[in-house]
Design a protein around this ligand. Structure first.
Ligand SMILES: Nc1nc2c(ncn2[C@@H]2O[C@H](COP(=O)(O)OP(=O)(O)OP(=O)(O)O)[C@@H](O)[C@H]2O)c(=O)[nH]1
Length: 300
């Protein structure tokens, strides 16, 4: 959490690199690059929070480095401050137009450089926090509906293109209205958080996502998982829920809190909405059949 933010200093002049590194070292993790090519390579490998980028460098100038950073989705959002001997207003304007956060003319003043670096790094932290808030459910800290929708669409497109499996499971806590009515809403919130933590811990595949779809309904997205693999994940999740042993004396199902799950694995040519609808329909069947069970769409 408190790891130092990373600043990459790219300058072909060893003295400038050294001065900036000495200035920044007490507060940040400093990476160095002596030309444009090295700057790109280090930026891609280490994903710094901020780059102090010289404009005039022999192999590739700073403007070109910035263009290439912006072209690569991995580095497109890295904040860049030009530190340049080119002090004309049109140079500064060009740098800012290319997407730099700031432009500092050489010779620079150490205090001003530090203040601007601190300011831009603070903006980076704030932007990340906003991005996180926009994609995380506040109560459960799972991915929220928006993040699920975006990820589902992308993973569905990928699975169809590659012909790889994609499984989806909808989980709904049983008799949650009665739980709230009996134990109170704050206790309901705690139970929901416990179920969410268990769901998050149960999906471990690369690209797997546990999200809060809404209310007391969670969704598990499992790219690469066929029906057997996804079914095993869901069984483990239900076992883990059982071990939580949350009392629910008002439940028609049994003395403990339970959940119903509906699942489906992508059929060839099926669109994302149809896959979701299938999982939802099977969740409905699970509820109808008495709750506390998994109903997975049969393979064709
Ligand atoms: N405590 C709490 N309750 C919530 C939250 N979101 C939704 N709920 C409650 O979840 C309950 C869902 O009720 P229903 O849709 O009737 O479902 P159910 O009682 O679980 O019944 P079945 O799904 O048929 O087993 C409602 O009482 C909602 O108020 C939340 O964030 N916190």
């Amino acid at each position: 959490m408190n790891a130092l933010q990373k600043v990459l200093v790219a300058d072909d002049d060893a003295i400038n690199r050294g001065v900036l590194a000495e200035l920044l070292k007490p507060e940040y993790t400093v990476l160095l690059a002596k030309d444009g090519t090295q700057a790109l390579e280090r930026a891609t490998r280490h994903l710094p929070d901020l780059i102090l980028l010289d404009v005039l460098m022999p192999d590739m100038d700073g403007f070109e480095v910035l263009r290439r950073l912006r072209d690569d989705p991995r580095t497109a959002d890295i904040a860049v401050i030009f530190v340049s001997g080119l002090g004309r207003p049109e140079d500064e304007a060009q740098g800012l137009k290319l997407g730099a956060s700031d432009y500092i003319a050489k010779p620079f003043n150490a205090t001003v450089v530090m203040a601007r670096v601190a300011l831009h790094l603070q903006m980076v932290r704030q932007r990340r926090m906003l991005e996180r808030l926009a994609h995380v459910d506040g109560l459960t800290e799972l991915a929220n509906r928006r993040r699920f929708d975006e990820t589902f669409e992308a993973e569905h497109a990928l699975a169809r293109r590659r012909g790889t499996p994609l499984s989806l499971a909808l989980l709904d806590i049983d008799a949650f209205k009665q739980y709230n009515d009996h134990y109170g809403h704050p206790a309901g919130d705690r139970a929901l958080r416990a179920v969410a933590r268990t769901a998050a811990a149960s999906v471990r595949g690369p690209g797997d996502l546990a999200a809060r779809y809404g209310g007391e309904e969670l969704v598990l997205l499992m790219p690469g998982a066929d029906a057997a693999t996804a079914g095993a994940v869901v069984d483990q999740l239900r076992d883990a829920l059982g071990r939580l042993a949350i009392d629910h004396v008002a439940s028609p199902v049994g003395p403990l809190l339970t959940a119903s799950v509906g699942g489906a694995t992508l059929l060839p040519g099926e669109d994302a909405a149809a896959l979701f609808a299938a999982a939802d329909a099977h969740l409905y069947h699970a509820k109808q059949a008495g709750r506390d069970r998994v109903v997975w769409r049969a393979a064709p």
